[in-house]
Design a protein around this ligand. Structure first.
Ligand SMILES: C[S@@+](CC[C@H](N)C(=O)[O-])C[C@H]1O[C@@H](n2cnc3c(N)ncnc32)[C@H](O)[C@@H]1O
Length: 158
């Protein structure tokens, strides 16, 4: 994504070292100068480091799905998070969410459609299984190779 948008600066977040190190290696290998990698929890990082209306894109790829019903409240992306996030997004900033987990995909597609802060960019669909020009991560590729779809959601801040 950073290679496709050299005009934007990217902050790549993950709270596990393993993901961060892999991303650092790939950034170094591709010589990208517009990416910084941070080991941080997304919400606390935004809270402490991102000014209001500063983000032009938010891209959330396959966060932990917390499949057990009793753990669902641990999911990063929910209606409250979408409202919270909108304060940090500039006008017409993009929100992308991708997941391999059907229930998470359908849930996000459903609540985003009634979030007053956002406009659906895939209408009349609320999600799709492919987005033109959207890079597929190694993690996503594993599911696609098994014939399991990825759920993509794309909204824009109103
Ligand atoms: C299944 S992996 C996906 C990795 C990568 N995003 C991709 O698509 O290839 C899920 C990752 O989300 C990270 N994650 C989940 N919730 C997070 C949060 N609140 N803040 C930062 N990272 C988070 C986890 O640390 C984990 O490495």
């Amino acid at each position: 994504m950073a290679a496709l948008h050299p005009d934007l600066n990217f902050i790549a977040l993950d709270f596990y070292n393993k993901g961060c190190i892999k991303t650092c290696k790939r950034v170094d290998k591709s010589g990208l100068a517009n990416v910084r990698v941070l080991r941080a929890e997304a919400r606390s990082f935004i809270d402490s480091c991102i000014p209001a209306s500063a983000l032009r894109k938010v891209i959330i790829n396959c966060p932990d799905p917390w499949p057990k019903l009793r753990h669902r409240k641990r999911r990063l992306v929910n209606s409250g998070f979408a409202t919270y996030l909108s304060r940090f997004m500039g006008t017409e900033a993009d929100f992308y969410f991708a997941t391999d987990f059907v229930d998470y995909g359908l849930d996000v597609a459903e609540f985003m459609d009634v979030q007053p802060e956002y406009i659906n960019q895939l209408a009349p669909d609320t999600f799709r299984h492919a987005l033109a020009g959207y890079p597929v991560s190694k993690y996503m590729r594993r599911f696609l190779d098994l014939g399991q779809p990825i759920y993509y959601v794309h909204y824009r801040k109103s």
